[in-house]
Design a protein around this ligand. Sequence first.
Ligand SMILES: [Zn+2]
Ligand SMILES: [Zn+2]
Length: 265
Amino acid sequence: MVIRNDCRTKIILGGVLKGINMKLTILGCSGGYPAPGGATSGYLLQIEGKNILIDCGSGVLSRLYSIINPDELDAVILTHLHADHISDVAVLKYALQMNRQNGTEIRPIPLFFPQTPESIALTLSNDPNLIPAQIGPFSELPLYGAKAQFIRTVHPIECYGIRITYMDRVFAYTSDSVYTPDLVPLLRDADLAIFDSGGLEKYRKPGMMHMTPTEVSILSKESGVKKVVLSHFVPYYDILEIREEADAREDFPYVLAMPGQVYEI
Ligand SMILES: [Zn+2]
Ligand SMILES: [Zn+2]
C-alpha cells in the first residue's frame, strides 16, 4: 500500500504553475551545518512542471517532501561534493528504494555531479534509482527545454556555479566560491541569482572559502543581476550582522534567503 500525504497533495495543488517560466523554492540556506530547524544548501527549481533539485544538503529531503514526493524529481544537480551540499543524497536513495519496495513505480532520476573527489563521487555512482552523469568546466546541459551552463568557482574542491536559461529568463547560483570576476559570465543580467554569502568582513580570516555581503554587492553590480539573494549563512553568525554589512553598501537591494521562500523568475 502506498501511503499518500494529504497535506503534501494540497501544497502541490496550490503550487500549480500558470504563466510562470521558472519557480524557485529555497529548501535550505545554511552553510556548513544546518541552523536550528533549518537545512543546508538545497533549491527546488520547477520549470513547466519539471522538478529539478539543485544541491541536497542536510535537512533538504524533509523540506522537499513538504512540496513533492522524492520520486517526482526529474533531475538532481550537485554543484560540488562537500557534505553540506550532498549529505541528504544518502537518504534520498533510501526514500526511492523504500518507495519502490512499497509499490511505487520509480523512474530512475538523472544525478549530475563533478567527478572529484573520486572517493565521494564513487559513492554516488552505484544506485539503481539514480542515473549518474558528469558535469565539468563550461559544460552545458539541456534541461527539459531549459539550458544549464556550468562555470567552475574558486573553492577547495571542484565546484560549479550554475546558470539556467529558460525562454527569456535567467536563474544563476554561485554555489560556494570566494569572490572572483570569473563569475561575471555566469551571473550576467540574471533575473535572480543566489550568492554564497557565508563570510563576514569583520570576521575575515586567511583562507576563507566564501564571499561576504560586501563582495556580493560588488559582484552583483559587475554582473547586472536584477534580484540578489544572499545565502549559505554560517549558523554561528548573527543574521543581524549579515544584514548590517549588506545595508552598509550603497545602492544594494538584496534579500536574505530563508527556507520556504518561493520566487517566480
Ligand atoms: Zn557549502
Ligand atoms: Zn563547499
